[in-house]
Ligand binder design. Structure first.
Ligand code: ATP
Length: 370
């Protein structure tokens, strides 16, 4: 049984550097209590590295990521650092394509003790996962936009059978796992625009073929514009959503807003061999250096990493660690004394981290707060 794990750590730019130490401290501490060791290999990489040295991710970094058991990623990109075509330096996209991280998993839920922007009483029940296809779709166009003089640019959208099948299958597996752990019926909701685009009609056909292999799972489909409405009107009604890359990119930010902000939204970019875990937020240049960044998304991303490693290695201790981190986050916020800046509070990165760490000690292996 493996008890020591090599984690490639890329804090990146902006607040990525501020929230990463929080996750490492939490992992260090939980590692001791579950008797697992994490060897963190930290790397300097990202848009600032590109500005300084002409490369965002060196070969050394990529080789370490390739060898690692998992990758922990902060955030990368700076608005003023751009490539020749005017687009931002976004190395996380390169990593997704290079390591074939096809399933962008974005769980979203409310936490007791924190306000939600939605006034509806059922807002406290929000608990679903968005699965974003992350290797094709409209993002296939990156670097392929075809300019027609100075008059037009055409960006191609690519949907393949294999790419769609694997991400839809991933969504069904996830819904089955959630059904088992949450003790309630699962559901997979497909989000597309099959009424307009041939590529999206093809996507829906593949989704329906995949659904036919899981006859006991409830399924439905919605157009992305209607889903934008429904996610605000009744987000508590969803379980697992699966969608194309660009739609998933946009809906990710919308769903983070439903529970108070980007600092609450963890994510995992998962492939069959490799996986990368990062907060759903970017580098937040507007708050960098002020100690205001909410580290919760980064900490919960570390918990997702433990779940993934636990499933991969058949190691329930790692999964126990993930549950303990989630419980510590729940307890940290439950009494309403710790409130991050993005919720209008005054708890900065250090205070939130400290609260989670202290509950990791006091409440380890206990249930959710009453
Ligand atoms: P990207 O395009 O890389 O996703 P972005 O510039 O669109 O990045 P973010 O960097 O995620 O978006 O920032 C969006 C808003 O959310 C900003 O106002 C930022 O301050 C806020 N924000 C993002 N992450 C956090 C966090 N961890 N804590 C507090 N506020 C955050």
């Amino acid at each position: 049984m493996t008890t020591s794990f090599h984690i490639s750590v890329l804090p990146g730019d902006g607040i990525g550097n501020e929230v990463m130490p929080s996750a490492l401290a939490v992992l260090e501490k939980i590692g001791q209590s579950i008797n697992r060791r994490f060897h963190f290999e930290q790397h300097v990489a990202g848009a600032q590295h590109y500005a300084d040295h002409g490369v965002a991710l060196t070969d050394k970094v990529l080789t370490d990521c390739e060898k690692a058991d998992a990758i922990l990623f902060g955030a990368m990109g700076l608005p003023h650092v751009r490539g020749a075509d005017g687009t931002e330096i976004i190395p996380q996209l390169d990593l997704r394509f290079r390591f074939d991280l096809y399933a962008g998993v974005r769980p979203i839920r409310t936490f007791k003790g924190l306000p939600t922007p939605l006034a509806h009483p059922r807002a406290s029940e929000i608990d679903f996962v968005l699965v974003r296809e992350s290797t094709e779709g409209l993002f296939y166009a990156r670097g392929r936009g075809e300019a027609h003089g100075d008059e037009a640019v055409i960006d191609p959208m690519k949907i393949t059978r294999a790419g769609t099948e694997r991400v839809c299958e991933f969504a069904f597996q996830l819904a089955q796992q959630r059904e088992a752990t949450k003790g309630r019926p699962g559901r997979v909701t497909n989000v597309d625009k099959a009424n307009v685009f041939a590529s999206m009609a093809f996507w829906r056909k593949i989704f329906e073929e995949t659904a036919a292999k899981h006859p006991s799972m409830a399924v439905d489909s919605a157009y992305v514009d209607a889903m934008a409405l429904n996610l605000v009107m009744k987000p508590w009604a969803y379980d697992v959503l699966v969608t194309e890359n660009m739609f998933g990119d946009i809906l990710s930010d919308l769903i983070a807003a439903l529970v108070g902000g980007m600092g609450m939204a963890p994510s995992g970019d998962i492939g069959d061999k490799h996986a990368l875990f990062q907060p759903a937020h970017g580098t937040a240049p507007d708050i960098v250096g002020q100690g205001k960044a909410n580290p919760t998304a980064m900490i919960l991303s570390a918990a997702m990493m433990l779940d993934w490693l636990g499933a991969k290695h058949g190691d329930s201790a790692l999964m126990d660690g993930a549950r303990a981190i989630e419980a510590a986050v729940e307890h940290a916020f439950a009494q309403g004394q710790v409130r991050p800046f993005e919720f209008g509070g005054t708890s900065g990165t250090a205070q939130v981290t400290q609260a989670v760490l202290s509950h990791l000690k006091t409440h380890k292996n206990q249930g959710a707060p009453a």
